[in-house]
Design a protein around this ligand. Sequence first.
Ligand code: ADP
Ligand code: TRP
Length: 340
Amino acid sequence: MAANTYLTGIKPTGDFHLGNYVGAIKPALAAALEYETYYFVADYHALNTVKDAGELRHSIRSGAATWLACGLDPERTIVYQQSKVPETFELTTILGALTPKGLMNRAHAYKAARDRNTEAGITDLDAGINMGLYNYPILMAADILVMEGTHVPVGRDQSQHIEYTADIAGYFNHRFGGSYTFPVPKGVIDQGDGSILPGTDGRKMSKSYDNHIPLFLPEAKLKKAIRRIPTDSTPVEDPKDPDGSVPVQLLGHFADAETVADVRRRLEAGGMGWGELKNELFEAVNAELGPKRERYDHLMANPSEIDEVLEAGSARGRARARPPHHRGGGGGPPPPPPPQ
Ligand code: ADP
Ligand code: TRP
């Protein structure tokens, strides 16, 4: 039985924010120290929404640079680009032939797109929906199965996709299990709310709510963004409730426990204003992200360094993606026997 393989995809659609860092990047970096890991930039998934070549190219590099800047070691982890592993698309076709259409009709992302049409009063519920979105779960299953991923760390919104992948692996194994079986993958989904970072308005930080703070904002802009987090007008000297405060919650993810406890005490006692709290928050966020931002800026200014990592990682990924009986042999016929 193969060792556990942790695999996840990063859809390059816009810049990362502090919520992605806390909820996705940090746990994935921790897993990379412990397990065999495959992390890839899901550029063909992004193609469903991003149609501009320059924008997509930028996002692919920016996605990879973010992970590398945050400390992902491309020697230890296979870091690759989805489109550079064409076996994925071969497998997508094979899996499509085994997957009932009804399963795709019930997929959340597709249903949500139809619901949006209903709400907008559009009678053709499929208006504006492309086949890429419709087939998305099959492509995602192929991403996972082609690498024989066993554990898939994803956000909660992706759990249906992992269940579908397990179903699709089952259809394949049932049909062809005599000659080859895919491991049936499990989602690694954080169940607790402890790792959900609030956005500037107190709801979950998300690009779709426009309440996010980008991960690598330049220092002065980061300070401004933190200063702009709404707080009430309680005077400096009055006691304040740290529990309802967004900056305190954010501080909990970036400062050490002692600093957080001290800040909470000072807020409760009175004498600490929201402005001072935000300064503490800025210092903590900047101390953690400053060196990473520098690495990120360096990589984005030297994109060939990113491209090289993706090329090398994709070659390793491709070697893994080849059917097992073709691995290592270059996929061709066996070499002739040595001369006697
Ligand atoms: P967004 O909601 O901004 O579109 P995504 O859905 O692209 O973010 O999230 C990508 C990854 O980041 C997922 O694993 C998700 O769980 C994680 N993530 C996103 N927002 C947060 C947040 N506010 N707190 C913790 N994790 C988050
Ligand atoms: N769909 C995932 C997202 O939107 C990205 C993704 C694509 C992925 N392929 C994957 C995640 C395979 C895990 C495994 O976040």
